[in-house]
Design a protein around this ligand. Structure first.
Ligand code: ARG
Length: 426
């Protein structure tokens, strides 16, 4: 029986960031759906959602009961809400280098509120914040979860933990007499463990560390390891014993190897990964998160944003190698997740990286899988997010066409639902 449907246009009444759609049952249909697990396009999907959770996925004619809300996304392809594994919501792309010194933690927290909304509206229903001033990202996560402000479901690290003068911890911008030491600075296994415990005490979801220098930090070398294997092993052991995963920033070959050997769950950037690193990552199931769009923004807009000259020089070397490494690691079959480093580039433009992932070796389906299914796996959330399947949260986005042949469509997401609530419906 064909039951009455509510035209899609009227779902606009459910819109607005603060409104949670908690109709008992919502039936959502579209022209097609991307099955991110198999990489195939499925026609005429019918998704049943009860209290924000997907309870049924079928095809063809929708079976609608009295009182159900029906959403027909005619002309649209749906897919699971995207997941960005590397963002800095509390940072702005336009505030780099010495400008950062003027920004208080409180101001950064407000920036986070603005950027969380932009990220969600761009189709990212989940994001992992890797490094924030103090516990501003913990507060943001909770405010979003409690429905005070709109944003993606967040997994947050709080302050990054790193060596004295390191990429993760110190900013090295001021001379010694200012006495500035980053809040995440710790040297030696026990000091490192203490910092991990402190972050966990204040309720972080994961630990972010740095096992090499970085591009944007003053005076650090991307090729130089930061932390010894002993320190990294202590950090990972401590984090894992409390059920927290570890994300390690690493550009240089040796620091990547150290982080993988220590048991880090994801390697961020992974720019100079060698064959040994690729082999070990495969063996240990380590995920690589490679921000290959970043370089375009840094070299194009970075100077205006205040990025230091030395960082621009480093970027010219790192960017090219990173793209090559991306292709090699992917071809070798290493597990890859989508991580953009938004915050270095503008929040809301996160999806721009998908087309670069295709340009540098992935199929459209593989790029989408990295941003959904694989990312959920790396978060320990397989089945809960990153798929449109019974038992998963109703995190669903839609684009106007087939993203498996036109990945750029993800830069123009038309519909965003998170946990059954509609946040965007163009
Ligand atoms: N946050 C990173 C760093 O400072 C950005 C690296 C950007 N460059 C790149 N090619 N991905 O090291």
């Amino acid at each position: 029986m064909k039951l009455p449907t509510i035209a899609f246009a009227i779902t606009a009444s459910f819109l607005a960031s603060s409104v949670t759609l908690r109709a008992e049952t919502v039936v959502l249909t579209a022209d097609a759906m991307v099955d991110v697990e198999t990489g195939r396009l499925v026609s005429d999907p019918v998704i049943t959602i009860v209290d924000g959770e997907i309870t049924d996925v079928s095809r063809g004619e929708a079976a609608v009961a009295e009182g159900d809300t029906v959403i027909n996304l005619t002309g649209m392809t749906i897919l699971p809400g995207l997941i960005d594994m590397h963002v800095h919501l509390t940072g702005k792309a336009t505030d780099q280098g010495y400008r950062r010194l003027q920004i208080s933690h409180e101001r950064a927290a407000i920036t986070g509120v603005v950027n969380a909304k932009k990220t969600l509206m761009a189709g990212f229903t989940t994001a992992r914040n890797v490094g924030a001033p103090s516990f501003s990202d913990v507060a943001l996560r909770d405010a979003i979860a409690e429905g005070d402000v709109p944003g993606p479901r967040l997994y947050v690290s709080g302050p990054s933990i790193g060596i004295t003068g390191g990429h993760c911890s110190d900013n090295n911008l001021l001379p010694e007499e200012y006495g500035l030491v980053g809040e995440g600075v710790a040297d030696g296994p026990w000091a490192v463990r203490a910092k991990v415990r402190r972050n966990i005490k204040y309720d972080v979801d994961l630990i972010k560390t740095c096992s090499t220098g970085g591009v944007l930090s003053k005076g650090t070398k991307v090729g130089a390891p930061q932390y010894t294997l002993e320190e990294l092993t202590a950090l990972v052991e401590e984090a894992h014993s409390h059920g927290r995963k570890v994300a390690s920033h690493a550009h240089g070959t040796e620091g990547i190897l150290n982080a993988i050997k220590a048991g880090a769950d994801t390697i961020e950037h992974s720019s100079f990964i060698d064959d040994e690193g690729i082999r070990l990552a495969k063996e240990k199931g380590t995920f690589l998160s490679m921000d290959i769009y970043n370089t375009e923004y840094i070299l194009g807009e970075g100077e205006k944003a205040g990025i230091l000259q030395e960082s621009l020089d480093k970027e010219r070397v790192v960017g090219t190698r990173q793209r090559d490494s991306f292709r090699r690691a992917h071809e070798a079959g290493v597990k890859m997740v989508f991580g953009s480093d938004a915050g270095v580039y503008p929040h809301g433009d996160n999806a721009n990286q998908l087309s670069r992932m295709v340009r540098f070796g992935m199929t459209e389906a593989q790029a989408l899988r990295a941003a959904t299914f694989n990312a959920a796996d790396a978060l320990g959330q397989k089945g809960n997010i990153g798929v449109i399947a019974p038992g998963a949260s109703a995190d669903i986005i839609a684009v106007a066409g087939n993203p498996l042949s036109e990945i750029g469509l993800l830069e123009d997401v038309r519909f965003v639902m998170k946990q059954g609530a509609i946040y965007k419906s163009d």
